[in-house]
Ligand binder design. Structure first.
Ligand code: IMP
Ligand code: MG
Length: 215
């Protein structure tokens, strides 16, 4: 399993250096990871998963909404390499605006479907880890055969105690380690906005004030 790519804030690029929707430009502090680099990393994670999960009857679970874009790219790649038996979605909500509420509510997935199965959990970003920890606990309580995690981004400075051990206890494929900043793009949003940004960017502080609350 390859190590995650460690991205530091001092490599932040200007929005002028990449094609960025004019509607987003003035809201962004900069581009942290370009679409091209994300896309190659996703291809690599798919290769690694295909090797590790060959022969499994995989149930791939997309953590909505943020992981949709990553899930689509990853599973499209996976399908070309190994069969993915089932695709499921799970909506986990722990955030309100840019603050984590500390508790997680699940909807849209019947956890009993995971019983006795090889499960691949696909998450956009592991921040405090509250969401992923609660998800893993729920899955384990339903006697899954195995759990593999693919998370595109992780913010190690924000991880809650015990998370490192929980992630080390299962095969965890992480794309990039990023600094403690609120990021948007490649499917990640702030109150429903900015998902369409093709790169991963850092939002300017003032953008938090003007973004419309989610209905
Ligand atoms: P956690 O429970 O604190 O790990 O947060 C997990 C969820 O919050 C992720 O699945 C994301 O949907 C969302 N999240 C955390 N950090 C960010 C961010 O920087 N930008 C956008 N969404 C985020
Ligand atoms: Mg998420």
């Amino acid at each position: 399993m390859s190590l995650p790519i460690d991205v530091q804030k001092n490599r932040l690029c200007s929005v002028d250096q990449f094609p960025v929707d004019p509607a987003y430009r003035s809201h962004l502090e900069g581009i942290l990871i370009s679409e091209g680099e994300i896309s190659s990393r996703v291809d690599r994670i798919a290769e690694e998963l295909a090797e590790a999960c060959a022969g499994q009857k995989l149930v791939a679970i997309c953590m909505l909404d943020g992981a949709l874009h990553f899930f689509d790219a990853l599973v499209y790649n996976l399908h070309a390499l190994i069969p993915v038996a089932e695709i499921e979605t799970l909506k986990a909500k722990s955030y309100s605006g840019k603050t984590t509420t500390g508790s997680v509510t699940f909807s849209g997935f019947d956890f009993s479907k995971a019983r006795g199965r090889d499960v691949l959990v696909v998450e956009d970003i592991v921040d405090t880890g509250t969401t992923i920890q609660a998800t893993l606990d729920h899955l384990k309580a339903h006697d899954t055969k195995s759990i593999t995690l693919a998370a595109l981004f992780a913010k190690p400075d924000r991880h809650q105690p015990g998370l490192k051990e929980a992630l080390a206890a299962i095969p965890s494929y992480i794309g990039f380690l990023i600094p403690n900043e609120f990021v948007v793009g490649y499917g990640l949003d702030f109150n429903g906005s900015y998902r369409g940004l093709r790169h991963l960017g850092i939002l300017k502080e003032e953008a938090f004030q003007v973004a419309q609350p989610r209905r």
